[in-house]
Design a protein around this ligand. Structure first.
Ligand code: PEP
Length: 253
């Protein structure tokens, strides 16, 4: 089963509207005439999204996503953004379950599950993040931790819905630290995730679902990671903030 690679830039709380537009101009220039074999996604802060879309000027070569969405439809939820608001901008992806949302904003598996369902209902593809802390890995509970997050986030979804979303395996200890899981460690975790998906949703779904690796991915390590059979792309923070390095990742994939 061949799965199209997917490389996504998570800008987090970086890059305002003016810088976002400049980024897109430079990124398009760098990639002009180059072969890009992967799906490319950029996930800016909410307020940067309109200027990035404007700079893209209808170029469908890059899909834009959001970093979060509410589990509620509309109404008195100060500070929240709904799926219909993302839909109105034509966004294709939303990152959900990122460890920073779990850690700093108290997002539980149940909340993430509710958000995933809302996104799917709106036709927006979730990039669903899971991953263990250093203590959990050292404590020998990597697999149970991943299994609980996976089953909690994907609860009550159909096999087809799971096949069409993107899972991002992001070991928390590797995010923004410069530490990367070795390609062997990453492959083992990805194979385990695919096995859990197969057990719950069937082998066909497991063969179709794309699983990205995230955690200090950079141009120097992306090829080795992507060469692993169960790694279908990367979710990138730090190395996605400069057009040159994000373009190098996209062309390497
Ligand atoms: C991330 O934010 O999802 C991430 C993987 O960040 P970094 O690439 O900086 O580790």
């Amino acid at each position: 089963m061949s799965r199209k690679p997917i490389i996504a830039a998570n800008w987090k709380m970086n890059i305002g509207p003016a810088e976002g537009a400049q980024f897109i101009e430079s990124f398009k220039t760098i990639l002009k005439g180059k072969d890009v074999a992967c799906d490319t996604v950029i996930v800016p802060p909410f307020t940067t999204i309109p200027s990035v879309l404007n700079a893209l000027g209808g170029c469908g070569c890059i899909a834009i996503g959001a970093q979060n969405v509410s589990q509620y439809d509309n109404g008195a939820y100060t500070g929240e953004i709904s799926t219909s608001m993302l839909q109105e901008l034509g966004l294709k992806y939303v990152v959900l379950g990122h460890s920073e949302r779990r850690q700093y904003f108290g997002e539980t598996d149940a909340i993430i599950n509710a958000k995933i369902k809302k996104a799917i209902a709106a036709g927006i593809t979730p990039i669903f993040c899971i991953g263990e802390t250093k203590d959990e890995r050292l404590g020998g509970i990597l697999e149970p931790v991943l299994e609980i997050q996976l089953k909690g986030g994907l609860k009550d979804l159909t096999p087809e819905e799971v096949a069409n979303l993107v899972i991002a395996y992001e070991p928390v200890w590797a995010i923004g630290t410069g530490l990367t899981a070795t390609s062997k460690e990453a492959q083992e975790a990805h194979a385990f995730i695919r096995k859990v998906v197969a057990d719950v949703f069937g082998a066909d779904t497991a063969a179709k679902v794309r699983i990205q690796y995230g955690g200090s991915v950079k141009p120097e390590n992306v090829e080795e990671l992507m060469a692993q059979p169960d790694i279908d792309g990367a979710l990138v923070g730090g190395a996605s903030l400069k057009p040159e390095s994000f373009a190098a990742l996209v062309t390497a994939a």
